[in-house]
Structures are given as structure tokens and as C-alpha cells.
Write a protein that binds this ligand. Structure first.
Ligand code: PLP
Length: 392
């Protein structure tokens, strides 16, 4: 007999979180969790101090302060090419994670089926499982990031209610093309499915792979909730602010769920976020460029060390296949690198329903200062050169 609910019985700490905990304990370099320890823009920090000093301390409307919803609506129009009313179509949330929790709670019933592209972001899986939603998966081929759309179609059953898209994608770095999104949208439309699209890495894309928002295409907006957040674009993973945008009938329920679960998002930081929308175009281009340089460096060195990396098209993660190295499996690879090189990574199994499917990959996150990335690469290179790890 356990003292806690049935749903907690099979829950485990996420592999992403446990890699971070172990890494912190040995003061290692964390290439596991997408923590992103780069600085926040000074103007946003100053706006946060001012918001607190000027006593913006009370609960905000459950859907967030209107000026922030207006700023988000403008950004959605200009950057994402999505028209959304700040009054009825946008809810500011506790990070994009909060947006996903409220959206899933508002749209689906226990026993519904939802399709994830695999490898998936493990919090999407965890949250769906917490809600007793059945997960079906469709693979992303890691050789070329392609998707079999016939398989997607055949995965839809009478119980399917939704498809989750993550673009740019964590963990693979895939950026969905317009053509792929059109194919998904046509299947969703034909079968009356909702689409939830997590676009938190929308500003981090590499040459040749522009970000396309699913809800900007055709009339897909009618059945789509677009989720994004500020954690990654503005280096504020601890601030816990994001948003969801979609048709007003869905958004009113999402706002209600948020009200009943969390009351409202953190008020002073909502005021501070207004400063983020004042940043120049250059902020975004230089951020993307800096991740491009890091991507190029880490991909080159991991390939030299003996990994096989599919070059990411966006976001700041990559999956590296280590079949040519003498690790027994993904857990062994992650543990060995942590013990011997003090570098945390995430075992591939956490991105697949069947752990076996991730047995020969590790996820690396490169949202760190260059010097830390260089240090991690240097120690990993030395470690892999030893007899114990070595190459086959
Ligand atoms: N969605 C994806 C795809 C992510 O990779 C992450 C963080 O790693 C999140 C959401 C979490 O975002 P937030 O900090 O806004 O909750």
C-alpha cells in the first residue's frame, strides 16, 4: 500500500533533472539540462527592479496583464504571422510548461490519444501521462530528420484527439518545414484533431531553416494552441513566464484552468517582460549567431571524438550517436562521462517511449558560455582517448 495517488506510482524524476542534480553534486559542467546560464539583458533586469520597487505585488488577471498580452499579440503578428486578439486569444502562463499543462487539461480527457514525434521533449510526455492520456509516437529519422507521413496517418485512431509539434525541436534540433507542417495540418483537419505547437526555440534557427509557425498556415489557427515562452530567448529559465495563444473558445478554458490551478503568473516579472519587447532586432540575430558558432564547434569536436551527430537546424541541443565508442548503453555513457569527465549529458532513453530506442544516443545542450563548452569538450576528448572508453 502506498500513501500516494495511483498516478504517482510510476512517476520518476525526469532524466534531465537527475543529470543536473548529480552534476551539481560533483561541481561538473552541465551539458545536460537546457538551463542556459547566459546573462539577462540589463534593460529587463532594471525593469524587474522597478516593477518590484513600484509595488506591482498583487495578483494580476488570470490571463496576465493586458499590456503584456498586447505586446505578445504584436509580436505574434510580426514575427509569427499569427493574428491574435490580446483580449480573448492570449494567456500569459507559468512558463511554457504551465501553458502546456493548462492546454492539455483544457483540451483532453483521460484515455484520449495524443501523438508525439519521437524523440520527444520528455516533459510533454510526462505531463500527458500525469493526465492519463495515451501517447502514440511517430519517429523522426535521425539520419535526415524526415518523417513518414503515411505512418502519421495510420497512427491516427478513433481515440486520437491531438498532435504535439515541437519546432525547433528539443532534443533533435529539427526545424519543421512549411511543407511538413502543411501535411500535418491536413491530417489534423481531416480527422478533427487539435494541434499543440511548442515554439519556445523560435528565435534560435540556423541558416537555411527558417522558423514557420503552424498556426500561420491555411486556417490551421482554428484548431491550434501555439505555446511559447521567455526562458530561452531571454535567458530566464528561472523566471517562469510563457504564454499560449489560440482560438477564444479554447483560450477561455485554458485561462480558467490556469486561474483554478495557479491563480495568475508572477505579477512584477510580467511588467519586466515589457522591456524585452523593446530589444532591437540585433539582439535576436546576434543570439542566433552565437548559438550557430557553438553548434558548429560542438558538432565538429563530437564528431572528431567519435560520436555521430545529426547537425541541428535550430534550438540548442543535439543528439549524438556513440555506437562507435565502447559504452554499453546510454545510461552507461552518461554515467561514465559524468564520473570520468565531470560532464553531464542526458541518456537518450528519456526521449523515447521505449527506452531501448534511445540506447545509443546522448543529448548535449550547448547553451553555455564558450569557455565551459571548450573545457567540457577537452576533458571528454581526453576521456574517450583512454583504453576504458576508446573506440571499437
Ligand atoms: N518546451 C521545450 C521544448 C523545452 O525544451 C523547454 C525547456 O527545456 C520548455 C518547454 C520549458 O520552458 P519553460 O521554461 O518556458 O517552462
Amino acid at each position: 500500500m502506498t500513501r500516494t495517488s495511483k498516478v504517482t506510482k510510476n512517476l520518476k524524476q525526469s532524466g534531465i533533472r537527475s543529470a543536473s542534480v548529480k552534476c551539481a553534486a560533483i561541481k561538473g559542467i552541465n551539458l545536460g539540462q537546457g538551463i542556459c546560464d547566459l546573462p539577462i539583458a540589463n534593460s529587463i533586469k532594471a525593469a524587474a527592479s522597478l516593477a518590484i520597487e513600484t509595488n506591482n505585488n498583487i495578483y494580476s488577471p488570470c490571463e496576465g496583464i493586458l499590456p503584456l498580452r498586447e505586446a505578445i499579440a504584436q509580436k505574434l503578428q510580426q514575427f509569427n504571422k499569427i493574428t491574435a486578439s490580446p483580449i480573448t486569444d492570449i494567456v500569459v502562463t507559468h512558463g511554457s510548461t504551465g501553458a502546456f499543462v493548462c492546454t492539455v487539461s483544457a483540451l483532453f480527457n483521460p484515455g484520449d490519444e495524443v501523438i508525439l514525434f519521437e524523440p520527444f521533449y520528455s516533459y510533454h510526455r510526462n505531463i500527458l501521462e500525469l493526465k492519463n492520456i495515451t501517447i502514440k509516437t511517430v519517429p523522426i529519422d535521425l539520419d535526415d530528420f524526415s518523417i513518414d507521413f503515411d505512418l502519421l496517418l495510420s497512427t491516427v485512431t478513433s481515440k486520437t484527439r491531438g498532435i504535439v509539434i515541437c519546432t525547433p525541436c528539443n532534443p533533435s534540433g529539427k526545424v519543421f518545414t512549411r511543407d511538413e507542417l502543411l501535411k500535418i495540418g491536413n491530417i489534423a483537419m481531416k480527422h478533427g484533431l487539435f494541434v499543440i505547437t511548442d515554439e519556445i526555440y523560435e528565435y534560435i534557427t540556423y541558416p537555411g531553416h527558417p522558423h514557420v509557425s503552424f498556426a500561420s498556415l491555411e486556417n490551421f489557427k482554428d484548431f491550434t494552441v501555439t505555446i511559447s515562452g521567455f526562458s530561452k530567448t531571454y535567458n530566464m529559465t528561472g523566471w517562469r513566464l510563457g504564454y499560449a495563444a489560440g482560438p477564444s473558445d479554447l483560450m477561455s478554458k485554458i485561462a480558467l484552468v490556469q486561474d483554478l490551478l495557479y491563480v495568475c503568473p508572477v505579477t512584477p516579472l510580467q511588467y519586466a517582460m515589457l522591456a524585452a519587447f523593446e530589444l532591437s532586432e540585433e539582439y535576436y540575430t546576434s543570439m542566433s549567431l552565437s548559438y550557430l558558432l557553438k553548434r558548429n564547434r560542438i558538432v565538429t569536436v563530437l564528431n572528431e571524438i567519435g560520436f555521430n551527430v545529426t547537425v541541428p537546424q535550430g534550438a540548442y541541443y543535439l543528439l549524438a550517436d556513440f555506437s562507435k565508442l565502447k559504452f554499453t548503453n546510454d545510461e552507461d555513457a552518461a554515467t561514465t562521462l559524468l564520473d570520468q569527465a565531470k560532464v553531464a549529458t542526458v541518456p537518450g532513453r528519456y526521449f523515447y517511449l521505449n527506452p531501448h530506442d534511445g540506447k545509443s544516443v546522448l543529448r548535449f545542450c550547448y547553451a553555455l558560455d564558450e569557455s565551459k563548452i571548450e573545457q567540457a569538450l577537452a576533458v571528454m576528448r581526453m576521456c574517450v582517448a583512454t583504453e576504458t572508453i576508446g573506440h571499437y
